[in-house]
Design a protein around this ligand. Structure first.
Ligand code: LCS
Length: 393
């Protein structure tokens, strides 16, 4: 079915489906590494790109392509590329768009390894980078150099929940012929579509909201146009962080309920954030749905709902935070996010431990910051659990 002009929820369910020979209701798992050519000329035509068809699963595969087409429609892009992990997508993005002597600007707070890989491996390959608070447009403009090729932002940032105005930053970047990549993992395509706001590339860790069930790892890039798409796809096929067909099937299955899951998780998160904000043992809460949130207006403009992610600090800092994390019974003490289950973790010693202490401090990733990914359990149970654990402090 052609879903191009249909609503988002219809795209979630049907976009990317192909006409299976047996009429299967869902894209079957083509668990094969290679595809037989009809004859030698057919193989040559496929390799030359003169005819569409499947060659080898690192290059393309019907199940993976069904997912890629769905993601491209969800983000309103020219094309999607699926990866074995979100980090596979991050590495391919950097490798495709940056070469020795180039410079990039990134959000100071972002998923730790997305920044660390730039400041270690890519630095060693001769790529320069500046990480700063990308919510400050003037600071971004001041950091632009003649060799700046990419501005790469996370909004909201992991784990500090800072937003960057995607429309404004895209306008600024394009005045300087710089491409804009947005890691949209924290929002998910249900809440925010960066390409509609002027960005050039969207990145997702599919591990999170898109798959939503904490049972696979995966990543994706979605490109605005064909030229960027081809550059990114080449990086995926050469570096080889390709998705597996079974993994693609799982994501196709998971993403169909994205809008329902994110809507409920966001509703729960609002109640959890209000509970935390009013609790005497909490020092501060950052959640885009709270009126106390510094970028409340931007959140309303840019995001459909405030989402499922909350960061907060307990009075008493890290020690008090540890007591909370060690005493929750319903929420899991685990990294990752965006699943149906509530997860709690400590960024400074876990997801952002790969960053230097100085870089963490400069990005406001304090030692006392606790990150909470709100699930779709009964919200009263989530709050009761947090309340009893806070009572142990
Ligand atoms: N981008 C963001 C915003 C992420 O949060 C993550 C993983 C990645 C990219 C990388 O994706 P992956 O390779 O894991 O699929 N974030 C994690 C986190 O906060 N806890 O564990 C993983």
């Amino acid at each position: 079915m052609n879903t191009k002009n249909k609503g988002f929820e219809t795209k979630l369910v049907h976009a990317g489906d192909f006409n299976d020979q047996f009429g299967a209701a869902v894209p079957p798992i083509y668990q094969t590494s290679t595809f037989a050519f009809k004859n030698a000329d057919h193989g040559a035509r496929l390799f030359a790109g003169k005819e569409k068809g499947f060659i080898y699963t690192r290059i393309n595969n019907p199940t993976i392509e069904a997912l890629e087409n769905k993601l491209a429609e969800l983000e309103n892009g020219f094309g999607g590329i699926a990866f074995a992990s979100g980090m596979g997508a991050v590495s391919a993005l950097y490798a495709a768009l940056l070469k020795q002597g180039d410079h990039m600007i990134g959000s100071a707070a972002m998923y730790g390894p997305s920044r660390s890989i730039m400041e270690t491996f890519f630095k060693d390959f001769g790529v320069e980078s500046t990480f700063l608070d990308t919510s400050d447009l003037q600071a971004v403009e001041n950091a632009i150099q003649s060799n700046t090729k990419l501005i790469y932002i996370e909004t909201p940032t992991n784990p500090t929940m800072v937003l960057t105005d995607i429309e404004a930053i895209s306008k600024l970047a394009h005045q300087h012929n710089i491409l804009v990549g947005v890691d949209n993992t924290f929002a998910s395509p249900y809440l925010q579509n960066p390409l509609n706001m002027g960005a050039d590339i969207v990145l997702h860790s599919l591990t999170k909201f898109i798959n939503g069930h904490a049972d696979i790892v995966g990543g994706a890039l979605i490109a605005k146009d064909e030229e960027i798409y081809k550059r990114l796809r080449k990086a995926m096929t050469y570096f080889g962080a390709n998705m597996d067909p079974h993994q693609a099937y799982m994501v196709i299955r998971g993403v169909k309920t994205l809008s329902l899951r994110v809507e409920r998780a966001s509703e729960n998160a609002m109640k959890v954030a209000e509970f935390l904000e009013n609790h005497p043992k909490i020092a501060w809460v950052k959640y885009p749905g709270l009126e106390s949130y510094p970028q409340y207006e931007l959140a309303k403009k840019q995001m459909k709902l405030p989402g499922a992610m909350i960061s907060f600090e307990i009075k008493g800092g890290l020690e008090a935070g540890k007591t909370l994390m060690n005493n929750v019974k319903l929420s899991l003490l685990a990294v990752s996010l965006g699943g149906i289950e509530s997860l709690i973790q400590h960024p400074a010693s876990m997801t952002h431990a790969s960053m230097s202490k100085e870089a963490r401090e400069a990005a406001n990733i304090t030692d006392g910051l606790v990150r909470f990914s709100v699930g779709i359990e009964n919200v009263e149970d989530i709050i009761e659990d947090l309340d009893q654990a806070l009572g142990m402090i």
